[in-house]
Design a protein around this ligand. Structure first.
Ligand code: CP
Length: 337
C-alpha cells in the first residue's frame, strides 16, 4: 500500500477489522517489524488525537518517529507552482518534499482544506505532491477532503459495539458550528460506512446508513453516492443505534459559489444540536464524534457524558487504525512491493 486516502486502499474491510482486533489484543505484536525505520509525520494544522495516536502507532511497530510542524519551526512553505515567491514563504513544497523523503521510510500528512478553492481542495493537491515527489508511501492524517484514519477508527468502534438482534442503524447528523469546517470527516465517515454496508460480512450484523442535514449541505457524491438522505433530523433518528454528529461547511455541490461557507446564521440552526430531544427518538443510541467538539453547539453536555457515549473509545481506536495502516505500508516496503 503506497497511498492511504480511501476505504478501498485497505482492500477488504473485514480483513482490516480482523487485523485491528489482533493488534488491539497485543499492540506490540509487530514491535520488530519497523526496527531501524522512520515515520515522518508532517502537520500543516493543529492536532491532538492524530498527533499522539499516530506517533504511538509507529512506536508500537518499533519505528523511530519524527514530527514536523510546518507552521512552527520550519520554513513557511509555498504549495502552488508558478507563484513569484516574494512574500513570507521561504521554501517551496517541491524542494521540501524530496528533502523530507530523504530522512524517512513512510510519511503521514495532515493538511486541511483551504475552503476557498473547491477545485484545488478536491484535487488533494498537497497530498498528491507528497506522493509524487517524496518517493515514500504516504498516508493521510486528514487531508483537504478525507480523514480515513478517523473513519477506520469509527468503523472499529461500531463493529465492536454489539446491538443484539438487528442490523445496526448508523445516522450521521450535521450539527451547527459558528465557523467554517472542512468536509473531510463526514466525507470519509460516509465512504467507510457505505463500503462496510456493501461488503458481505463488512460489519457484524450488517448496517444501514442514513445522513441528515439541512438543505444546501449535500456532500460530494463521490463519497456519499447511494446513501439515504433524510432532511428531517427527528425522523432520521428514529430507531438509530449510533448517532455520529459533525458539522461541515457547504460542500458547494449544488451551488459552487457557496463552497466552504456557513449558510445563513448558525443561531437559526441550533435546533440541530444533538440533545435529549433527538436521542429520545433512537434505540438508546450510542453518541459518536471525532473530537474536538464544541459542547452545547454540536452536542449537549448530557448526551456526550451519557454512559452510551463512545467519543473516548473512538479516540482510543485511532491508535489501532493507525497501527494497521502503517504496518501494511511497512510490510509492503520490506517485501519490496
Ligand atoms: N479527530 C482528530 O483528528 O483530532 P485531532 O484534530 O485532534 O487530531
Amino acid at each position: 500500500m503506497r497511498t492511504f486516502l480511501n476505504a478501498q486502499d485497505l482492500g477488504g474491510l473485514r480483513q482490516a477489522l480482523a487485523e485491528a482486533a489482533e493488534i488491539k489484543k497485543d499492540r506490540y505484536k509487530y514491535v520488530d517489524l519497523g526496527r531501524n525505520m522512520t515515520a515522518l509525520l508532517v502537520f500543516f494544522n493543529n492536532s491532538l488525537r492524530t498527533r499522539l495516536s499516530t506517533q504511538k502507532a509507529a512506536q508500537n511497530l518499533g519505528m523511530n518517529v519524527i514530527v514536523l510542524d510546518v507552521n512552527a519551526g520550519a520554513w513557511k512553505l509555498e504549495t502552488k507552482r508558478g507563484v513569484v515567491m516574494d512574500g513570507d514563504k521561504s521554501e517551496h513544497l517541491l524542494e521540501a518534499i524530496p528533502v523530507m523523503g530523504c530522512y524517512c521510510d513512510v510519511i503521514g500528512i495532515r493538511s486541511f482544506a483551504g475552503l476557498k478553492d473547491r477545485e484545488y481542495d478536491y484535487a488533494e493537491t498537497v497530498y498528491w505532491q507528497f506522493v509524487r515527489h517524496s518517493g515514500r508511501p504516504v498516508f493521510a492524517m486528514e487531508t483537504a477532503t478525507v480523514h480515513p484514519l478517523q473513519a477506520f477508527a469509527d468503523l472499529i468502534t461500531i463493529d465492536e459495539t454489539p446491538v443484539p438482534g438487528k442490523r445496526k442503524k448508523v445516522v450521521m447528523s450535521w450539527a451547527p458550528h459558528p465557523r467554517s469546517l472542512p468536509q473531510a470527516v463526514p466525507n470519509s465517515f460516509a465512504q467507510w460506512m457505505l463500503a462496510a454496508a456493501n461488503e458481505p460480512d463488512g460489519i457484524d450484523g450488517g448496517l444501514d446508513f442514513v445522513i441528515t442535514q439541512p438543505h444546501g449541505y449535500e456532500l460530494d457524491p463521490q463519497f456519499v453516492g447511494g446513501a439515504r438522505i433524510e432532511y428531517d433530523q427527528m425522523k432520521a433518528f428514529e430507531g438509530a443505534d449510533f448517532i455520529y454528529a459533525k458539522n461541515w461547511s457547504c460542500p458547494g455541490v449544488t451551488n459552487p459559489q457557496d463552497y466552504g461557507k456557513v449558510l445563513g446564521d448558525y443561531h437559526d440552526y441550533l435546533s440541530w444540536t444533538v440533545g435529549e430531544r433527538q436521542m429520545a427518538m433512537t434505540n438508546n443510541a450510542h453518541f459518536m464524534h471525532c473530537l474536538p467538539v464544541r459542547r452545547n453547539m454540536i452536542v449537549t453536555d448530557d448526551v456526550i457524558e451519557a454512559p452510551t457515549s463512545l467519543v473516548i473509545p473512538e479516540a482510543a481506536n485511532r491508535e489501532i487504525s493507525a497501527t494497521v495502516v502503517i504496518k501494511r505500508m511497512v510490510e509492503e516496503l520490506k517485501a519490496g512491493r
